[in-house]
Design a binder for this molecule. Structure first.
Ligand code: FES
Ligand SMILES: [Fe+2]
Length: 383
């Protein structure tokens, strides 16, 4: 984000603050309860969105060196990520090509070859089959090239690893989905960060409820009263769409100090949280000195596995004790705050199942929730 845009957004927030107003949609909008509790809706979303559209899978620092690998389960698809000798990243179905056993069980590590635990067929980390025991006798005509690991489309870009499942997947499609964010990706220089800590849990709620929870500042002073509420102005935020992605700017109370500061010194990260909702299921919470990645992996219509990752600027030397404790505390506060949101998500889901509300109601300052749901609906229609 260039400096002019930062100034424009901060001016917008200060203007709204002065008027005592929030950034408003044209009208109140609604989202039917059925969208969060119907198995048919969930199956349609899985096919049209998760098994079709590009998504963010990992940070580049999670595959830190040649030979690094990482196992992930995404929407029921077991994925193996590897970094080869040339530094290139590959994504594969974590499924043996002989009789289909799970190839890699370890969560992560460093390995240049992977041997299936069933009959020891072995692949290198570029997905090439390199050994099949008793091949001459059992598989005399085995074409090794035809038995490479099955690939998932994957692209390393801007410090992140993006994937896309399905026949229509391509690096071009991933690039196209990220193109509207290019200026922000350049600004944020995510490759200069590394994972400090992560936390993952299963929550009993639909994935859209927890995504929606990150799209407004209406709840900050209330739901986060015991954690971060006092750091933010009440219901003061604005947002922009970047294709299906949403960038929200959430004003901290310290934004008021800017009226005393010449505009050339304004830096948006110091006075507001910048929150990117990356369609469909990830978010970056950009704060003044670090970034939080939140990933929502739907498991079922009312179950979502949520991963919260704190990324701090990487440094060549080991962390001092003081730095370690600073980032540990930071991560703990982030998780505590986000869990306030996720616990509400679980309550909403159980209330929804009771049929009390036939629909959710989004106020005019909750317009980003409607935009997100419109993107979901549009993806379902495209299918
Ligand atoms: S199932 Fe993997 S080697 Fe047989
Ligand atoms: Fe929240």
């Amino acid at each position: 984000m260039d400096h002019d845009t930062q100034v424009e957004l901060l001016d917008e927030l200060l203007g709204l603050r002065k008027q005592g107003a929030a950034y408003l949609a044209e009208s109140v909008s609604f989202s039917k309860a059925e969208r969060y509790i119907s198995d048919a809706q969930f199956a349609a979303e899985r096919d049209a969105i998760f098994l079709k559209q590009p998504f963010l899978l990992a940070h580049s620092s999670e595959l830190p060196e040649e030979g690094s690998f990482l196992k992930r389960d995404c929407f029921g698809i077991p994925i193996l990520l590897t970094r080869d000798r040339d530094g290139a990243v590959h994504a594969f179905y974590n499924v043996c090509r002989h009789r289909g056993a799970r190839l890699v069980e370890a969560e992560s590590g460093c390995k240049h070859r992977f041997t299936c635990p069933y009959h020891a067929w072995t692949w290198d980390n570029t997905g090439r089959l390199i050994a099949a025991p008793h091949r001459e006798q059992g598989f005399p005509d085995l074409d090794f090239d035809a038995y490479g690991l099955k690939r998932v489309t994957c692209l390393e870009k801007a410090g992140w690893i993006w994937c896309q499942i399905g026949e229509a997947a391509s690096n071009d499609t991933i690039e196209t989905s990220l193109a509207p964010l290019q200026a922000d990706l350049d600004w944020l220089d995510f490759a200069s960060y590394e994972v400090h800590a992560e936390d993952e849990k299963l929550w009993r709620c639909n994935w859209k409820i927890v995504v929606e929870g990150g799209l407004e500042a209406y709840h900050f002073r209330v739901a986060h009263a015991k954690t971060i509420g006092a750091l933010f102005h009440d219901n003061l935020s604005t947002y922009r769409m970047f294709g299906n992605h949403i960038r929200s700017i959430l004003a901290r109370v310290m934004v008021d100090q800017l009226v005393e500061v010449p505009r050339k010194h304004w830096r948006i990260r110091d006075h507001a949280n910048v929150l990117y909702n990356l369609f469909p299921n990830s978010a970056w919470l950009v704060q003044s000195d670090h970034v939080v990645l939140i990933q929502f992996f739907p498991v079922g219509v009312d179950e979502t596995r949520i991963r919260c990752v704190t990324l701090r600027p990487s440094q060549p030397e080991p962390l001092t004790e003081k730095q370690q404790s600073y980032w540990d505390k930071n991560h703990a506060l982030t998780v505590k705050t986000l869990e306030e949101d996720f616990e509400l998500g679980v309550q909403i889901q159980s209330g929804m199942a009771l049929g009390v509300n036939e629909q959710l109601t989004f106020g005019r300052f909750e317009g980003a929730l409607d935009k997100f749901n419109a993107a979901v609906d549009a993806a379902l229609k495209q299918d």
